[in-house]
Design a protein around this ligand. Structure first.
Ligand code: PMV
Length: 371
């Protein structure tokens, strides 16, 4: 059990975590290949305060939840989700995942509280009529590839640990946050988790032993400021559904799968070299985006409507790619990165009007105390 300091009454802890956008390497990351990910300065904020009511008051305006829960309920909720996830890991199926995820809109938050209490030990929770109030506020579009669940998990876990007087190591924070992500998505690669904790630009790659090596890159290449981000809307399928469809493609059409992976990995590795050698990337970014997008299309994670938009970007001299899981069907595929050497020209492309521009800076600070 971890040492927990007493005397929390009256304290207010606020922790924020950034969203993220995957520059390249989504889906490939699930199979141990590298990804390059940037934190964005849209943030998720978790605020923890002492309250006179027993247990935990959840205040989650984005998912329309205001609920009073006992500590025991939250501990049980977290343990049930963990046990269901172990079964899902042994025998993955949509039904088994349904038993992990359930349909509670406060699922992620309840799991996060349960994980933290299990980590600290049951004795850590306040007794004697004291409880806490946990509020979560998001500037990050939900469920659209901007890392909202990783940011919420990291901000909540970190705020709760801080409130209990524990300063977590990177490894503990990563492990707890990833567990919450697993109950939300099934088998996340962990790249979102690393990025929202570290912030900046992160190169992440799974090691032979299954652990994720993540390396913050201190470079800030000039082209990064010219990458535009658009939100095409919340995909109809969850990240878990799309990842499962790619897994099926791997079983049914191994050649297509391998070819797509090779394309994505080659583009991602070239992008990393472009970041590290400090070259301006002139002329390269458009080609790289186009190449990576072709790999994603071959995996079947770009619906036709979005593919048609991407073709128009290309016809106008730019490059575009989905960022994140994408979608199997429907008009929306979450986040879309658009690049042109002269980025102002993108503002004149009326065909992008149906998408929502996400005005943000890439390379934002990682999880931190304060807003
Ligand atoms: O949750 P999203 O949309 O950011 O997608 C995550 C990226 C994937 O590579 C598709 C899955 C993963 O866990 O890395």
């Amino acid at each position: 059990m971890t040492e927990v300091s007493a005397g929390r009454e009256g304290r207010r802890v606020e922790v924020s975590a950034p969203g993220k956008t995957i520059l390249m390497g989504e889906h490939a990351a699930v199979y141990g290949h590298p990804a390059l990910v940037a934190a964005i300065d849209q943030r998720m904020r978790a605020v923890v305060e002492a309250s006179s009511a027993q247990g935990v008051r959840l205040d989650l305006p984005q998912v329309d939840v205001q609920q009073q829960c006992s500590w025991q309920e939250l501990i049980d909720y977290g343990r049930r989700a963990a046990a269901a996830w172990e079964l899902y890991r042994e025998t993955p199926s949509p039904e088994a995942f349904g038993r992990v995820r359930g349909d509670d809109p406060a699922h992620l938050v309840k799991v996060a509280v349960g994980e933290v209490v299990d980590f600290l030990g049951r004795d850590a929770v306040p007794g004697g009529g004291q409880g806490l109030h946990l509020a979560v506020h998001s500037e990050i579009p939900l469920g659209a590839g901007f890392g909202s669940s990783a940011a919420a998990s990291a901000a909540i876990v970190s705020a709760l640990l801080t409130w209990f007087g524990v300063t977590p190591s990177y490894d503990d924070l990563h492990a707890l946050t990833l567990n919450v992500e697993r109950r939300q998505h099934g088998f996340p690669s962990g790249i979102d988790t690393s990025t929202v904790i570290h912030g900046g630009l992160v190169w992440a790659e799974r090691q032979a032993d299954g652990s994720l090596h993540s390396e913050p890159l201190s470079a800030s290449p000039p082209w990064l400021r010219r990458v535009r981000i658009f939100n095409s809307g919340r995909p109809r399928q969850s990240t878990g559904d799309v990842v499962a469809a790619v897994r099926r493609l791997r079983q049914t059409d191994r050649r297509r799968f391998d070819g797509a992976m090779e394309t994505i990995v080659a583009a991602t590795e070239t992008l990393r070299r472009t970041v590290l050698d400090g070259s301006p990337g002139e002329g390269k970014m458009v080609a790289l985006m186009r190449r990576c997008q072709r790999g994603l299309e071959a995996l079947g994670v770009v619906p036709e409507e979005i593919m048609a938009l991407v073709r128009r970007v290309e016809a106008a001299g730019g490059g575009a790619k989905i960022s994140g899981a994408g979608a199997l069907r429907g008009p929306a595929a979450g986040s879309l990165l658009v690049f042109h050497e002269e980025d102002e020209i993108i503002d004149t492309w009326r065909f992008l009007d149906p998408l929502q521009p996400v005005r943000t800076t890439l390379g934002a600070a990682g999880v931190r105390q304060g807003a």
